[in-house]
Design a protein around this ligand. Structure first.
Ligand SMILES: [Zn+2]
Ligand SMILES: [Zn+2]
Length: 135
């Protein structure tokens, strides 16, 4: 059972991020050393019915409002090599989707930086024209 039945929203098991598992009996907390603050995610759990996604939702909100992610959250970064387009995501799937969509529409090559890898992947026009799936 998922509180949010929107078919377009990713299911929790599709989020491949750190600390996806959240014990719902305990209100999760997130801290940010840049802000010097710590938050309980009761609001996300109660008001947004975010469930296991509370931490991810909070991290995305924090980034939207402050320009950085809280501690222990490392995003995927998709940045275009040819124009200022850059997006950050908490899982691979939307980051790859952004890179592929950008490459398809602009013929630009987009660099994809994974949180756990030092190097960066590249997705260019040649990748999207073949409809090849990455894994
Ligand atoms: Zn912060
Ligand atoms: Zn571009």
């Amino acid at each position: 059972m998922y509180p949010n039945d929107d078919p377009d929203s990713p299911r929790p098991e599709e989020w491949d991020v750190h600390e996806t598992h959240v014990n719902l009996d305990v209100v999760p907390t997130v801290s940010c050393s840049k802000c010097g603050q710590e938050w309980e995610l009761a609001y996300e759990l109660d008001e947004l019915h975010a469930g296991n996604r509370a931490v991810e939702q909070f991290a995305l909100d924090h980034h939207r409002h402050t320009g950085h992610f809280p501690d222990d959250v490392t995003p995927w970064i998709a940045s275009c090599q040819h124009c200022p387009a850059e997006e950050q995501y908490l899982s691979e799937r939307p980051a790859v989707r952004f890179a592929r969509t950008h490459a398809r529409h602009t013929r630009h090559t987009v660099a994809l930086d994974a949180p756990e890898s030092a190097g960066s992947d590249r997705i260019g026009p040649q990748d999207v024209s073949e409809r090849r799936e990455r894994d």
